[in-house]
Write a protein of this length. Sequence first.
Lengths: 195, 254
Amino acid sequence: MGKWMNRTINPSVGLESEDHIPVEDLARLAEGGVDTAERQHLIGHLNRCQRCYQILQETLKDLSAETSMLPVAVPWWRTRMFYALAASILLVLLIAGPLAIKQWTQSPRVILASLDLDQGLKDILLEDDALKWEKKERVSRLLTALQQRGLAVKDLNLVLLSKPYYQKKSLFGPKEVLHIRIDKNVAYLEVEEKD
Amino acid sequence: MYGKIMDPEKIISSSDLLVKIETVCKRRFSAENDQNECYVYVIDSLKADNFKRLRAFKGKSKLNTYLYSLINALVIDFRRKQFGRRRIPAGVAKLGKWAETVYRFVCWQKFSFDDAYDFLRIDDLYSGSYIQFIKEIDPIKKAPCRENPAFQSIDETPESTLKNINAEGSNPLEFLIQKLDREMRIKAIKVIRETTVELSEDDQLLIRLVYGSDQSVAAAARVIGLPASTAGKHLKSLLAKYREKLLAVGIREP
């Protein structure tokens, strides 16, 4: 963590209270298991008590580390949901298929667009520094993101990035725009900085 | 309620708990000896008074989370017990509060003298120039400091975690502070501190957890009772507020 921000904004030692939050309440807070009124009371204390704040933030760190070490298991209900979803999609396709095909054939072959580079798009670009995206999951995430931002793109087979993208951390950083050209299911991406 | 309370004797002998204690102690202490003493202290404290601390668990949280919180609380106690009795050398103390603070920062918490100067200025404990400071710290440099270089911090935040963010990090406030020169950095830190205390209690904690303690937005959001996506958007608006205040006093990214 950053030494400057840590020293600048963490709760003061001077104002530390002797009347600390019970450990179990800190654990409940870390889990998000307290109601609004109680939370307000606890948060008020945490902003002034270094000891309680420290216990909470170390607990969050432990929970986070433990979660990241667990193997990703797919719960049974997700599988069932998957099948339910697949059945729904099949039904929609059967009903709306002809319309979709018509729409598909009428859509333009080349799509050009420029989007503000928001955090969602940045997260996808920052996954790795490959210029040619081979991972289907990543291509699929980009496709979904573009559709969510209103682009009438139906499918993507390949994504080519003009140059590796790196996070701009500046608080005053320039606005970034993502230029997209989609031709024959291949997306060409370029990030441009705007003043 | 998340479940029935377990038998404390079974909990204390479980490998799961022992691994938890070992992990926390290793993270908080760099010296192997301190790690071992921490481990023994936590175990002894858990056993004390017929497992009083474990018996205090009422089942309102998950046992796993409770154990982590309890271990962390005991580690803080251990740290204070272990290092709380240290005294600042008389030769340093007679120079005044500023000198004691420098000694704490440099000897106990392993910051550099340059960092100590900045912290003094931020807290208005020293008003002299840097050159003057360098001259005046001579007696502090000569004072005994058994912790240095094999130093163990008594600060609640271990020195090992107080590293500058790496290139992949995403803390725009820290990043800005790092890039500023000394005078601007001191000014910026004061603005950030003032802006933080003006925020609502929820927002203060959100900022502290995410930008002061490097917690994930999701974890911080859970604590303040917001969905992660809402907290993420809110953080952006809070950053905009900091940006405005910094710009208002003429601080820009160099």
